[in-house]
Design a protein around this ligand. Structure first.
Ligand SMILES: *Cc1c(COP(=O)(O)O)cnc(C)c1O
Length: 391
């Protein structure tokens, strides 16, 4: 295994994008994106737009309109709060990771009063704790991140939905790294505003935000809430939805990609996609554990789309990540927060299989050995292979 000091000079076809997002885009999706640009008001594109929305609805478990906006995940997080928050409204935010924190920051910008339920990163918050806090004020919204990509913890949306069902409070959730990769039942669970993005389990490049709202949420969205809304005014998106269009010029090429990615997901079958991710996550975690990489999430509900591991004591996670790129072109994530250097993260989303996970572990073993970490060579690959066999 050779070493080059400058990974940027290597050809991209050896590049293994193994982040928890953006993820490696399947070739079929890349080809779809390369198709000629159509008129976004013409019959050809209208069909693609309609099919894309139709295929998104079952992923979200909703019969409500699903809106696709040209923006990143953060854009639809902002859109969610912009459309429901009147300055002075109170928001209750489950804060056990980076994305809960970001919602608090956005809420502040909207002039909301922010109450957080703080838990250690990697932990979850029990529904009865949330319930107690909900009773203290008339909250405009309860915000629970579905799949906390900074820790690998899954929030209990079903329980959260039960808590707000008989209150005016809306349940807002970020399922940017969940939608398409794990079960979401927006209507059945009582999720009021759901946001997601294209670059994770939806298997597309970054650039599309997905947002849907319940009838209960639409009653709030339709009011004049004293916020300056224009591009992100969901009332406009809804009017256009009723005409089978996008309000503004959609990101046409990315929509081609999303249509194809959704076709791939439905061809495989949602349940099969979920179980493949479960199997991949199980194998990756078993392999990592065998060489001393402890799983970061302590909560019982753990993500099958994002795996987070503690970097063993005495090792520098940033160096591990850099060497994986330099030696193997395997690109994994660290933490861009208080855990920087102490955590590594990998995605288990997209058109990947057991072989990809075994390769990840082979490369991680090689670099850990180089960095002087003591472990039995081959143990990770063997443990993962064994987990795959028994899954
Ligand atoms: C990736 C991600 C986002 C969105 O990030 P952008 O960089 O704005 O696309 C939001 N929430 C979660 C949980 C994520 O994993």
């Amino acid at each position: 295994m050779t070493t080059s000091p400058d990974p940027a000079s290597k050809p991209v076809d050896t590049y293994r994008l193994r982040l928890p997002g953006p993820i490696a885009v399947p070739e079929r999706v890349r080809q779809a994106i390369a198709r000629p640009v159509l008129s976004h008001r013409g019959p050809e594109f209208r069909q693609i737009w309609a099919r894309t929305i139709e295929m998104l609805q079952p992923l979200a478990g909703t019969t409500q309109p699903v809106h696709v906006l040209a923006t990143s995940g953060t854009g639809v997080m902002e859109a969610a709060l912009l459309n429901i928050v009147t300055p002075g409204d109170r928001l209750l935010i489950v804060n056990n990771g980076q994305w809960g924190e970001r919602f608090a920051t956005i809420g502040k910008v909207m002039g909301a009063v922010i109450d957080t339920i703080d838990a250690d990163w990697g932990e979850t918050v029990a529904p009865d704790v949330i319930e107690k806090r909900l009773g203290a004020h008339d909250y405009r919204a309860l915000i629970v991140v579905h799949n906390e990509s900074s820790t690998g913890v899954v929030g209990d949306l079903e329980a959260a939905g039960r808590l707000v069902r008989n209150r005016p409070t809306l349940l807002v959730t970020d399922t940017v790294s969940g939608l398409g990769g794990m079960d979401v039942q927006m209507d059945a669970w009582g999720v009021d505003v759901l946001v997601s993005g294209s670059q994770k389990a939806l298997m597309c490049p970054p650039g599309l935000g997905v947002i849907a709202a319940s009838e209960k949420a639409w009653d709030v969205i339709r009011r004049d809430n004293g916020q300056p809304r224009f591009f992100f005014d969901l009332r406009k998106a809804r009017d256009s939805f009723d005409k089978g269009e996008s309000t503004f010029t959609p990101a046409i090429s990315l929509v081609y990609g999303l249509e194809t990615a959704l076709s791939m997901i439905h061809e495989e079958g949602l349940a099969n996609v979920f179980s493949r991710y479960r199997r991949l996550a199980r194998g990756l975690k078993a392999g990592a554990k065998a060489i001393g990489l402890q799983n970061f999430a302590k909560a019982p509900a753990q993500s099958n789309t994002v795996a987070c591991f503690h970097v063993p004591e005495g090792l520098d996670g940033t160096r591990l990540i850099r060497r994986l790129n330099e030696k193997h072109r395997t690109i994994i994530a660290g933490a861009r927060n208080r855990l920087q250097g102490k955590m590594i993260r990998l995605g288990t989303m997209g058109a990947i299989d057991e072989g990809d996970i075994l390769t990840d572990l082979l490369h991680i073993e090689d670099v850990l050995a180089e960095l002087g970490h003591g472990f039995e060579r081959g143990a990770a690959v063997a443990a993962a292979a064994s987990a795959f066999r028994s899954a």
